[in-house]
Design a protein around this ligand. Structure first.
Ligand code: 13P
Ligand code: SF4
Length: 310
């Protein structure tokens, strides 16, 4: 791409020309968040994708999110800036292995976190996201046996907060596992007024010392709407842009990783750039395509989630 091109102006032009909408996750880089038509968490993005009347959905997020948009909107073109933008949670749960696991527990209902492939969604009874996971689990009787996949940290957090004993798949998010309990504890000593806020994909010790646990949208709302002034933020760094924008007077301290060479960025989310957004809109590829039978099987578990979270 010609480096003198005004990508912001070009993307705006392409939006109009192609009747396209840009949906961006809160972990996207600041420029992408700023050019997006809708920014949100996984649930908000899925709902926005289901409602849009645009002809083209440009999904600035990772593959499973764009795939979800396609499952909900088969007649629309869904493009993604980089097909390689995967997710460690989704990759931890291959459908063939999960099918065997499910068959070993035929009396269990399967609830899967939306961070999974269409193949896993097709083997799932109800999908959930981090913002509605508790409500989805609570919609089942207390004695219902449940398999929860693929995130053991989110599943463990729901088990602890609802008193359930769901059977957990052993998956985890590579970004949310890096935070250091010791360093966060030291930071709290230096900033006793700061509230620790964490995404439920974090490991149990971090969640136990957190003042608030929630999805990305819920974390953003907590920073914006509570009287607290200072926050230690244990989630992917992209969200800091939106927090700073929507709550400019608040102090945001990124939770430190265990290894000081590591950072809080998701390498998958950060594959997307403004330049790749422009290119995928211009050439209308890479586009998400999927087998119709798989799509319908995967859609059933998403539809159940949408019904419960309306
Ligand atoms: P939410 O935005 O739904 O909280 O999910 C976080 C995440 O890791 C998405 O990949
Ligand atoms: Fe997946 Fe974690 Fe990246 Fe979200 S932050 S896309 S869960 S690897």
């Amino acid at each position: 791409v010609d480096p003198t091109l005004d990508l912001f102006a070009e993307i705006e032009r392409l939006k109009k020309e192609k009747n396209a909408v840009i949906l961006a996750h809160l972990y996207q880089e600041p420029d992408i968040q700023d050019i997006a038509d809708f920014i949100g968490d996984s649930l908000g993005l899925a709902q926005a994708a289901a409602k849009t009347d645009a002809d083209m959905i440009v999904f600035a997020g990772v593959h499973f999110m764009a795939e979800t948009a396609k499952i909900l909107n088969p007649s629309k073109k869904v493009v993604i800036p980089d097909l390689k933008a995967g997710c460690s949670l989704s990759e931890s749960c291959p459908p063939a292995l999960f099918k065997k696991f499910r068959e070993q527990h035929p009396d269990h209902v399967v609830i899967s976190y939306i961070n999974c492939s269409a193949g896993i969604k097709a083997l799932t009874d109800v999908i959930c996201t981090s913002s509605n996971a508790k409500a989805i689990v609570d919609s089942f009787p207390k004695d219902q046996k449940i398999i929860f996949a693929p995130d053991k940290n989110l599943g463990g957090w729901i088990n602890r907060t609802t008193g359930r004993d769901m059977l957990l798949w052993n998956g985890a998010c590579m970004v949310h596992e890096i935070f250091s309990l010791e360093k966060i504890t030291k930071l709290k000593v230096r900033h006793p007024e700061a509230k620790v806020i964490a995404h439920p994909e974090c490991e149990e010790p971090i969640l136990r010392i957190s003042d608030f646990v929630g999805s990305t949208t819920q974390l953003l709302a907590y920073v914006k709407n509570t009287e607290h002034q200072s926050f230690i933020v244990a989630t992917e760094a992209g969200i800091l842009h939106q927090m700073a924008k929507q709550a400019p007077s608040k102090t945001l301290i990124p939770a430190p990783p265990d290894n000081s060479c590591a950072c809080n960025d998701c390498p998958h989310m950060k594959r997307n750039t403004l330049e790749k957004i422009y290119l995928c809109m211009k050439y209308e590829q890479p586009a998400i395509e999927m087998d119709e039978e798989l799509r319908l099987q995967a859609k059933a578990s998403l539809d159940r989630m949408m019904e419960i979270s309306e």
